[in-house]
Design a protein around this ligand. Structure first.
Ligand SMILES: Cc1cc2nc3c(=O)[nH]c(=O)nc-3n(C[C@H](O)[C@H](O)[C@H](O)COP(=O)(O)OP(=O)(O)OC[C@H]3O[C@@H](n4cnc5c(N)ncnc54)[C@H](O)[C@@H]3O)c2cc1C
Ligand code: SF4
Length: 477
């Protein structure tokens, strides 16, 4: 594995926070790198009351058997706990790190709901899998028998990789195509390294490669290779391309220099952390160091941008969001983390325009919450006469993502999409309108979570195995 080019960057620069100027509060930024010692894992696990109504499990998209996993951990039976953990989750060490547990398993822990603080389910899951890797309990992918059928997977994010893992274990020949130079999708280039260390992602990719999954990188399907060519080459195809079209702002001056898209900003930062030469970062265009940074948006991507800017040594970091704290879509845990690190939130504020050819300020409109809309969410309304200018040298637009128009990009008429542009797929089998073509993850759900993409990938793989067996039976008749 040491010679694997995919692991060339294991020397991730974890010391980036040292660039932070002294005006921001000194913090220990090593939060996720901190060791979760055996004693602490056991102590947390033993706090589980084995309540018998495991809401944690039912609110985990993978329905992980959390109570039994915690019981085994509390008893020191770590390998058994790990075995249970990986039985339902392809990448437990990744989910343990980056699931928004406060909205999923931990938010529904009965101990949390009785006001005593949740059992830290995610940290225990991470600890178990990290230990399993260290102890050699993670088994390589070695199918009992090879099958002749092949599956082409477009997109090497968590959805595509979860499908690849399950299919390969069943002996299917798997090829994963991705337009990036590294696999991992948003786990590699979107989610910042301080939340998800890149070697953790790369060790899984190396495991898949070692198990016989073929990766065809730098291959943009639709440009470098047609969708029809992939379909013609494989017995089944999985579309796992995610959503990458950034929602744009319409406001005067939005084209000024220094106003950038969140995905470009985060990708540059991740590439830099991986040791790549990144011209836009080195020129300062996508580097927040020494700048007054304003991030526009209230979702998890906005939280990643503000926390990255702090780590890059921004002079100040502000987040503008048009609703209030209670009504923001991002994780409250992330907001609390960002605030602790020195980020200022300007609630009930929306951009009206921008000052300068090279941005100098955001023209901000103050908002208030009006009557609820059809979804029950209160609509933001402008407070007249309360505009103000927010000085800024770097503005990051984090307004969410939409799907690309795949039927048009790929020239496939028969691929049905919803009115939002996401690919239509059966919610259980993930089969699309095209025979033998399946779709998983964000391209079906819209911007979602890693854990949901994993679930889709696993389910699609199971459906494909059934489909391939059926096709083989028909061929034999
Ligand atoms: C900044 C950010 C932070 C996030 N943080 C979290 C978090 O903390 N926790 C969490 O659970 N979720 C988080 N998410 C969401 C999560 O990353 C996604 O829901 C998840 O990655 C979706 O997985 P996917 O496999 O569907 O797509 P992706 O991970 O987007 O992978 C899709 C892959 O398809 C490739 N691709 C696309 N088009 C083509 C093409 N034409 N040809 C070849 N390849 C193609 C792309 O290069 C990419 O590698 C975050 C998202 C963002 C943007
Ligand atoms: S996969 Fe995510 S939601 Fe499920 S138990 Fe693990 S951390 Fe919680």
């Amino acid at each position: 594995m040491a010679d694997n080019p995919m692991l060339k960057f294991v020397t991730v620069d974890r010391d980036m926070p040292e660039k932070r100027p002294p005006n921001l509060r000194r913090q220990d930024f090593g939060e996720i790198y901190g060791e979760y010692a055996r004693e602490k894992a056991a102590e947390q696990a033993s706090r589980c009351s084995q309540c018998g109504v495991p809401y944690c499990q039912s609110h985990c998209p993978l329905h992980n058997n959390i109570p039994d996993r915690l019981l085994l951990t509390a008893e020191g039976r770590l390998q058994e706990a790990y075995d249970l953990s990986q039985a339902t989750n392809t990448f437990p060490e990744i989910c343990g790190r980056i699931c928004p547990q406060d909205r999923l398993c931990e938010g529904n822990c009965v101990i949390e709901q009785s006001g005593h603080g949740t059992v830290t389910i995610g940290s225990v899951e991470k600890y178990l899998t990290d230990t399993a890797f260290e102890e050699g309990w993670v088994k390589p992918i070695r199918p009992a028998a090879e099958r002749s059928e092949s599956v082409g997977i477009i997109g090497a994010g968590p959805g595509g990789l979860a499908a690849a893992d399950r299919l390969r274990r069943a002996g299917v020949q798997v090829t994963v195509y991705d337009r990036y130079d590294r696999a991992g999708g948003l786990m590699t280039y979107g989610i910042p390294g301080f939340k998800l260390e890149k070697p953790v992602v790369m060790q899984r990719i190396a495991q898949l490669e070692d198990g016989g999954v073929e990766f065809v990188l730098d291959c943009n399907v639709g440009t470098d290779l047609s969708f029809d060519a992939i379909r013609g080459k494989h017995d089944a195809v999985v579309i796992a391309t995610g959503v990458y079209k950034s929602r744009e702002l319409q406001a005067p001056g939005v084209g000024a220099d220094g106003i950038v898209r969140a995905i470009d900003y985060l990708t540059a930062s991740n590439r830099k952390g991986l040791g790549d030469d990144v011209a836009e970062f080195d020129s300062g265009e996508l580097d927040a160091e020494g700048k007054r940074v304003v991030v526009i948006g209230g979702g998890d991507t906005a939280m990643d941008c503000v926390r990255t800017a702090i780590r890059q040594g921004a002079e100040s970091v502000k987040c503008l969001y048009r609703r209030d704290r209670e009504n923001m879509p991002g994780s409250q845990r992330e907001v609390a983390n960002a605030e602790e690190e020195g980020v200022k939130f300007v609630w009930l504020s929306a951009p009206k325009g921008f000052v300068g050819d090279e941005v100098e300020a955001v023209k901000v409109q103050q908002m208030r919450l009006g009557a609820p809309d059809a979804t029950g969410r209160r609509t933001p309304e402008v407070v007249e006469g309360a505009d103000f200018d927010e000085p800024a040298d770097l503005v990051i637009k984090a307004l969410g993502f939409e799907p690309e128009d795949l039927p048009k990009l790929w020239g496939v008429d028969g691929l049905e999409v919803t009115r939002w542009g996401t690919v239509k797929a059966d919610f259980r089998t993930h089969a699309t309108s095209l025979e033998g073509v399946y779709a998983v993850g964000d391209i079906v759900r819209g911007a979602s979570l890693v854990v949901w993409a994993i679930r889709d990938g696993r389910e699609a793989a199971d459906a494909i195995l059934e489909y391939l067996s059926g096709a083989a039976k028909v061929a034999a008749e």
